[in-house]
Unconditional design. Structure first.
Length: 273
């Protein structure tokens, strides 16, 4: 008969994970994928205090079981605005109250709202087992749609934002059939660092337009040195050539590419103009 465990000690949780238990956090991805019955032994991580909350003492540490509502309502630097905006668009209020940032990263959907804002923050994920703890950049952690660099005995315990990435201001925009309770057609996250009115650092990521969300170095290079008022005019459609959108029931590939371009220009114009 399947077992259920809700430990309060991280060491106990890692031992259960090594024994093959499936991880349950908010359940907003796990339950819909389970069908009529949730199979296997279940490790509920919601009682682990080490995995919940935000700590700004050395950069920013976000516990993997931190819920979207907590992130959305926290007092954070302007560099985190994009992540907070995304947190307010993940499903509806009930999903935001239950869903966790770690679950979003482990599910690794190409349209995961949390990934582009974390990419522009140079985020790293903390992965722990009974024998080791390691950190991996988020860019390397996301391998393919719903495939990540997470070993069977490991638990995603935290997301780390380095001190330099807390500089500047960010913005997030997504396009869907409606604002909430919808899978994104395209989304964009931007973080800009400026001196007076000139961009000294640009960090741009696009989601739902490739197999995995990705940074756009050509766009970042085009924005470097621009003023805030002319930033949107610096972007050309060929700067987004690295994207590889698909045709599906929500949109055609060409529509996605055009939408990503327009979202990017709108975010630049509205967020800083």
């Amino acid at each position: 008969m399947p077992a259920y465990a809700r430990p309060t000690d991280l060491g106990d949780a890692l031992a259960l994970r090594a024994a093959g238990y499936r991880v349950l956090a908010g359940g907003t991805d796990l339950y819909p994928a389970a069908g009529a019955r949730l199979a296997g032994d279940i490790l509920d991580i919601t009682a682990l205090a080490d995995l919940d909350g935000l700590d700004l003492r050395e950069g920013l540490r976000i516990g993997a079981a931190t819920r979207w509502t907590t992130i959305a309502e926290a007092s954070l630097p302007p560099a985190l605005i994009a992540l907070q905006q995304a947190a307010r668009m993940v499903g509806g209020r009930q999903i935001q109250n239950a869903g966790t940032i770690g679950g979003n990263l482990c599910n690794a959907s190409p349209a995961a709202d949390g990934i582009p804002p974390l990419l522009v923050l140079d985020a790293e994920v903390e992965l722990a087992s009974t024998t080791h703890t390691r950190r991996v950049s988020l860019l390397d952690y996301i391998k393919a749609p719903r495939r990540v660099d997470l070993h069977p005995n490991e638990l995603l315990t935290a997301i780390h934002i380095p001190v330099p990435a807390l500089q500047g201001k960010s913005a997030f925009a997504k396009l869907g059939a409606r604002r909430h309770l919808v899978i994104s057609i395209a989304m964009v996250a931007i973080r800009l660092v400026t001196v007076v009115d000139r961009i000294t650092e640009a960090h741009v990521a696009i989601g739902a337009c490739s197999a995995t969300p990705q940074r756009l170095p050509l766009v970042e290079a085009a924005l470097h040195g621009a003023t805030l008022t002319d930033a949107a005019s610096r972007i050309r459609s060929d700067h987004l050539a690295a994207l590889s959108p698909i045709d599906d029931i929500r949109a055609t590939a060409e529509y996605r590419r055009t939408a990503a371009f327009e979202l990017l220009r709108m975010a630049l114009a509205e967020g800083w103009g």
